[in-house]
Design a protein around this ligand. Structure first.
Ligand SMILES: [Zn+2]
Length: 348
């Protein structure tokens, strides 16, 4: 109790200073949700700023570093985007979804309960974060505060916070994703990390067309989950996003391949490489346009097999739905990133 009394007082003061009413706070943060995806543009500075403000406030009341707060929120957002029917948006800008029973407590007869006292009595995780006396399941602050408070029960350090994440999500993929997101946010110290680049330097000789779903021969009947970009041996292959290296090495289908995870929870897969940038290893942070390897024709056999088809980059994108991943056609995005790179080149 010694800790709780000054803590509550601090929360009330804080809420008076920065969060006069809940609806005001929500209005000021509107837009971050929409801009925080692939289409984020250069002038999306304000939503990112107000988002960061929210994370910093939550960090100061929970003692959890802002990049963990940001990573949890962003992970939750990607899950809600992948399954919008199961996880409807509850707040204005945060991506957190907590179902009613978990919020109010499983044995709570009132599953809409917003009284902090009775929610605690029934072991619900809903809390009043902004100090207005109500634990609101549709308030950005209360939602994210409740989740961070709950997941930080095992500790707030970089070593201990993931233990609480494991307890909450009960699955190592979720913990890995949040750790990856946190590493990216921590590395750059900012939230605005949704820019993209075309995987090959534009202006080089390359060609590609929409090859989504084409049949392919080797290794049984598989449909083509990606776009083939044909280019000469040794053409640089670049990261298309801000992300973290998740996989690097040999695969009998993809040859020398590299997998990069971005903050949209997309897995960018680059296959048939001639080789990698030797300084890059799993867990490293990369940015759009950064060279990670070179075009080759590796694959379709044991490690080192090469030359069974013309050199090209096989580029695929997979979206994480929580327990499984599914591929989607990268062609429209490739076109967009290519045009974006041309625009950047012209403006220089
Ligand atoms: Zn391919």
């Amino acid at each position: 109790m010694k800790v709780l009394i000054p803590m509550t007082a601090a929360l009330v003061t804080l809420s008076l200073l920065i969060n006069p009413t809940n609806s005001n706070a929500n209005a000021s943060m509107g837009g971050a949700q929409i801009l925080n995806d692939n289409t984020a543009s250069a002038n999306s500075q304000n939503p990112f700023d107000s988002q960061r403000e929210l994370y910093d406030k939550l960090s100061s009341v929970t003692n959890v570093e802002w990049y963990w707060v940001a990573a949890v929120d962003q992970y939750e957002r990607t899950m809600s985007r992948a399954r919008p029917k199961a996880r409807p948006l509850l707040g204005e800008t945060v991506g957190v979804f907590i179902d009613k029973e978990l919020w109010a407590g499983i044995l709570n007869p009132d599953d809409e309960d917003n009284s902090p006292l009775s929610i605690r009595w029934f072991n619900g995780i809903g809390r009043d974060g902004d100090g207005n006396g109500i634990a609101e399941r549709n308030s950005d602050f209360d939602l994210l505060y409740s989740l961070i408070r709950h997941t930080s029960l095992k500790g707030t350090t970089d070593e201990h916070f993931p233990i609480g994440l494991w307890d909450y999500y009960q699955n190592s993929r979720s913990v890995q994703r949040i750790e990856q997101f946190a590493a990216i946010y921590k590395h750059y110290g900012q939230l605005n990390l949704f820019e993209h680049a075309f995987p090959l330097p534009i202006g080089n000789n390359y060609s590609y067309k929409d090859t989504w779903g084409d049949k392919r021969g080797w290794g049984g009947r598989r449909t083509h989950e990606g776009t083939d970009i044909f280019a000469g041996y040794g053409t640089p292959v670049r990261s298309t996003c801000y992300g973290i290296i998740e996989i690097k090495g040999w695969n009998k289908f993809g040859g020398w391949r590299i997998g990069i995870r971005d903050l949209n929870n997309h897995y960018h897969y680059y296959a048939h490489l001639q080789g990698f940038d030797k300084t890059i290893k799993v867990g490293d942070i990369v940015e759009p346009g950064q060279v990670v390897g070179w075009v080759g024709s590796s694959g379709y056999g044991k490690p080192g097999t090469s030359g069974k088809f013309p050199p090209h980059l096989h580029y695929g994108i997979y979206s994480d739905r929580g327990l499984l991943e599914w591929a989607f056609d990268p062609y429209p995005m490739l076109r967009r990133w290519e045009q974006g790179d041309y625009r950047k080149l012209r403006s220089k």
